[in-house]
Design a protein around this ligand. Structure first.
Ligand code: GRF
Length: 231
């Protein structure tokens, strides 16, 4: 049975914050495909690393960007509180971890419970943690993939929102597999955010590990934007 939506559409477009540590190609997909097009507004990009390419991408899109390196002697919990305050000030309703390479403290995860999404380059629960693509190649699987999931206090253990498989090329070429996985990541993550923004994502009332999606809601959003009546 479906419960309340993961995110209550308080406003339209949905204010989204992105946390990223590195290259930021998933952030770029969000900026190019969703930001400022009516459904989603990226209200801030935060990084643990001052030099992250993701921050430059945000600045180029005129999105507020801020780095949060650990101050000398500072605990992770304190840095996470600063990040949480920053995204809350921007009224972000959904926080997307797009290559954020730090573990988030339990307090941060609880503060943004059911509003925190992560993307991971494998079909979880296979190959959690670092270098999922390398793990898949080393294991010799023929199919791996991409998972978008809500974040809980474990490492890549939260409720699954969307998954899509990717075949490992017969050459087992790492670069080719990475390219294939990243292309699927960009599609799957942007699709997941659109679903949340449309109020089309709900947690099962009896088993909150089970996440329901209603693809039909996206079509009705598209119709309304095209000037058709809801229905
Ligand atoms: C992606 O593979 C994502 O799944 C993982 O970190 C990588 C980030 O890539 N969590 P990018 O910085 O978005 O290019």
């Amino acid at each position: 049975m479906s419960g309340a939506p993961a995110v209550d559409g308080r406003g339209d477009p949905l204010p989204v914050a992105v946390l990223a540590s590195g290259h930021g190609s998933n952030l770029q997909a969000i900026l190019d495909r969703l930001h400022g097009r009516g459904e989603v507004e990226v209200v801030g990009v935060a990084s643990d690393r001052p030099g992250a390419r993701a921050l430059e991408r945000a600045a180029a899109a005129r999105v507020p960007a801020q780095s949060f390196p650990l101050a000398p002697g500072e605990e992770r919990e304190s840095r996470d509180r600063r990040i949480g305050d920053w995204v809350a000030e921007r009224d972000a309703q959904l926080i997307v971890l797009a290559g954020y390479m730090q573990l988030l403290s339990a307090a941060f995860v609880r503060r943004f419970e059911r509003r925190l999404l992560n993307i991971h380059p494998s079909l979880l629960p296979a190959f959690p943690g670092l270098d999922a693509i390398g793990q898949a190649l080393a294991y010799g699987v023929k199919v791996t993939g991409v998972t978008v999931h809500f974040v809980d206090e474990g490492v890549d253990t939260g409720p699954v929102l969307l998954q899509r498989p990717v075949e490992v090329p017969y050459t087992r070429d790492r670069v080719a597999l990475e390219e294939a996985v990243h292309a699927v990541e960009h599609d799957l993550l942007t699709h997941a955010i659109r679903l949340v923004a449309a109020g089309a994502v709900t947690f099962d009332t009896e088993d909150p590990r089970i996440v329901h999606t209603d693809e039909g809601k996206l079509e009705s959003v598209g119709h309304q934007r095209a000037g058709h009546p809801a229905g």
